[in-house]
Design a protein around this ligand. Structure first.
Ligand code: 0RA
Length: 652
């Protein structure tokens, strides 16, 4: 063989080798999709969209893209269009194929191009468009670049056409259309408008100046126009904080404290505001990912906040009459803040990989916040005093709360005699089999008491909505009857030797704590309130896997003596068809519509019921949606809840 022939042969071998590698890569994604996109439920399905949008956002952050449009098509396929540079289309010498094909078929190929921006990586997003391709029955990429329109199609990650030039153009950009594979996303392939809208709104706030839009062709008005919303933020996090605070108390300072800077190579953007509410609402992001477990950026923020305010308060002499200490929490009562940093090589840690580990970021945020906050306090003495007064109030309330909490706990310790009157306890004292149902409403509570197996099932009815802890001062929480009763019934106390805020589970009286509410809007609101409460005050119960949500059926389909309970509309339709003529469908609006036997069979009997275990991740999501969107029951929030009963639909 001549050297030329040898060279060609070598190239062919390399070509097929790289092809095999490609197939193996995408096969792996199809075999273990959850490893790449988190899960194969509703969340994973929506994740596919975020993945593609993230690429467009990267293009925008690099300064080449201003508009990103997302379309939900009639068949639940998705189109994402941007006006960036377009995915490169030149032929990759070594691989013998276009860069476009490489980007779409090779895992992590996006990373081979240095785009000079803070690309998201580390397990959450950033797995690449090739993953989306692998998990779609159809994907079409159309690129406008260099005056030409290029197009290539794929199925399950495999090209179904060569890259072709299909026309000319005088603009540039990338359009990706994909249809998720129903054999992978077996739970649902239906996109939810509000989930996508919330994420695009968040992205608009986090990346000021970018214009995003969402169009839903499945929903049209009388004139046939599809539902459409635009998201754009001129002032970034400043507007985000304003939006978060719209229904959460009255601001106690004149303007939002804001900074957008770079420290030691780390871009830092922070906005904060104090209002007269009693809760802390601090949201942090790294490369547009919500870091629900916090991390070094949050540590830096807190450190700067406490130190700067403490120094101001000390210098002002306002603390001189105070008889007790002030701690870090006191500085954050009534605080709404958003922190967003961009990190080139983020290290994500923690249970849900949403905790930033990079040490250098703490100092960057600390410096940026100290500086900006210091300036603000200097220049706005009236606001500075209002904040310090709020901190003093918080410290005072904390002391009052400790007394109230200790009073509840003294009662808890004296258990037996002190069990709440409303609790119908189980007879077994074996905690490993004992369950407690927190039931919405006295009437459903009555049915549950009749239907239960009293040997191991306890029932505790809760009247109406439990206190919204978002809105209540700490000591009010401990004075609230429903909450007091919950603690006493559970047998848990707060505060251990090592940690004054930790939950003591030693005397926990039940293995399973089951939230049972109606399958309607009010029911899911109550379930969310309870989840938020558990998440904020009794996190350890969730972490240790004790918290569950009961799922009552939505329908009873009947024909003569045949009866079948259904949990989804799809099931209902299937059974209705199976039963044929003369079938009667009953819709359960609430637990109260079932008799004791029905409630036992469908929702309480361990052999037949469906229990969904609450994980720390979905509790955090409930809390996040709750604190972002439901500060109170004012009309816009109410409307949101009605449109989105989904947040309480937690996948086990
Ligand atoms: C690789 C390199 C370049 C751009 C992109 C990928 C790119 C990917 C996507 C995905 C959706 N929209 C996108 N826009 C761009 C750099 C291109 C260059 O150097 O011209």
């Amino acid at each position: 063989m001549s050297t030329e022939q040898e060279e060609i042969k070598k190239q062919e071998e390399e070509y097929s080798a790289s092809n095999i590698q490609v197939l193996e890569g995408l096969e792996a994604v199809r075999k273990r999709p959850a490893m790449y996109i988190g899960d194969i439920g509703e969340k994973g399905l929506h994740h596919l969209v975020y993945e593609v949008v993230d690429n467009s956002i990267d293009e925008a952050l690099a300064g080449y893209c201003t508009h990103i449009e997302v379309y939900i098509n009639e068949d639940n396929s998705i189109t994402v269009r941007d006006n960036g540079r377009g995915i490169p289309t030149d032929i990759h010498e070594k691989e013998g194929k276009s860069a476009l094909e490489v980007v779409l078929t090779v895992l992590h190929a996006g990373g081979k191009f240095d785009k000079g921006s803070y690309k998201v990586s580390g397990g959450l997003h950033g797995v690449g468009v090739s993953c989306v391709n692998a998990l779609s029955t159809m994907l079409t990429a159309e690129v406008h670049r260099g005056g030409k329109i290029f197009r290539q199609t794929f199925s399950k990650g495999v090209p179904t056409s060569e890259m072709q030039i299909i026309g000319e153009c005088d603009d540039r950009g990338t359009t990706i259309t994909f249809k998720p594979d129903a054999s992978i996303f077996t739970h649902t392939t239906e996109y939810k408008y509000d989930i996508l809208a919330n994420r695009l709104r968040e992205l608009a706030f986090l990346n000021k100046g970018i214009r995003l839009s969402l169009t839903d062709y499945r929903q049209k008005d009388e004139e046939g126009n599809p539902m459409c919303e635009r998201f754009y933020s001129k002032d970034g996090l400043k507007e985000f904080v304003k939006y978060l605070d719209e229904t959460r108390g009255t601001p106690i300072i004149d303007s939002i404290i804001y900074l957008d800077t770079e420290k030691n190579g780390v871009p830092v953007e922070v906005a904060m505001q104090y209002n007269d509410s009693f809760s802390e609402n601090v949201h942090s992001y790294v490369n547009n990912i919500n870091t629900i477990e916090g991390g070094t950026h949050l540590t830096g923020f807190r450190r700067a906040l406490t130190r700067t305010l403490k120094k101001y308060a000390d210098d002002s002499g306002m603390l001189s009459k105070l008889k007790f200490d002030i701690n870090g929490d006191d500085f954050r009562e009534g605080l709404t803040a958003v922190i967003s940093v961009k990190v080139a090589e983020p290290q994500f840690e923690g249970q849900t990989k949403t905790k930033l580990g990079n040490d250098e970021v703490a100092l960057a945020v600390d410096q940026a916040v100290s500086q900006a906050l210091g300036h603000y306090l200097e220049e706005n003495p009236k606001d500075a005093r209002a904040i310090v007064q709020k901190v003093i109030l918080a410290a005072t309330a904390r002391h009052a709360a400790r007394h109230a909490r200790e009073a509840v706990q003294r009662k808890t310790v004296l258990s037996g005699a002190g069990l709440p009157g409303k609790l119908a306890d189980c007879s077994s004292r074996d905690r490993s089999i004992a369950e407690i149902f927190f039931v919405e409403g006295d009437s459903a509570g009555g049915t549950a008491k009749q239907g239960r197996d009293r040997n191991f099932q306890a029932i505790m009815p809760l009247r109406g909505k439990i206190l919204n802890i978002e809105k209540a001062q700490e000591h009010r929480i401990w004075e609230n009857e429903e909450i007091k009763n919950m603690f006493i019934a559970l047998g848990v106390t707060i505060g251990t030797e090592e940690d004054s805020k930790a939950l003591n589970l030693e005397k926990l009286r039940y293995d399973k704590i089951i939230i049972m509410t109606d399958a309607d809007v009010d029911g899911s609101h109550i379930a969310t309130l309870m989840l938020t409460f558990f998440f904020r005050k009794m996190k350890e119960l969730i972490e240790n896997g004790h918290v569950y949500i009961a799922t009552p059926p939505l329908f009873l389909v009947k024909k003569g003596k045949q009866e079948r309970y259904c949990w989804t509309e799809k099931e209902r339709d299937q059974i209705t068809e199976e039963f044929g003529k003369g079938t009667h469908v009953q819709r359960y609006k609430g637990l109260g519509e079932m008799n004791a036997h029905q409630l036992w069979e469908t929702t309480m009997n361990p052999d037949t019921r469906i229990l969904r275990q609450v994980t720390i991740e979905n509790a955090a999501e409930a809390d996040r949606i709750f604190s972002m969107l439901m500060g109170d029951d004012v009309p816009p929030r109410r409307e949101f809840i009605e449109k989105n009963a989904h947040y309480a639909n937690i996948d086990a």
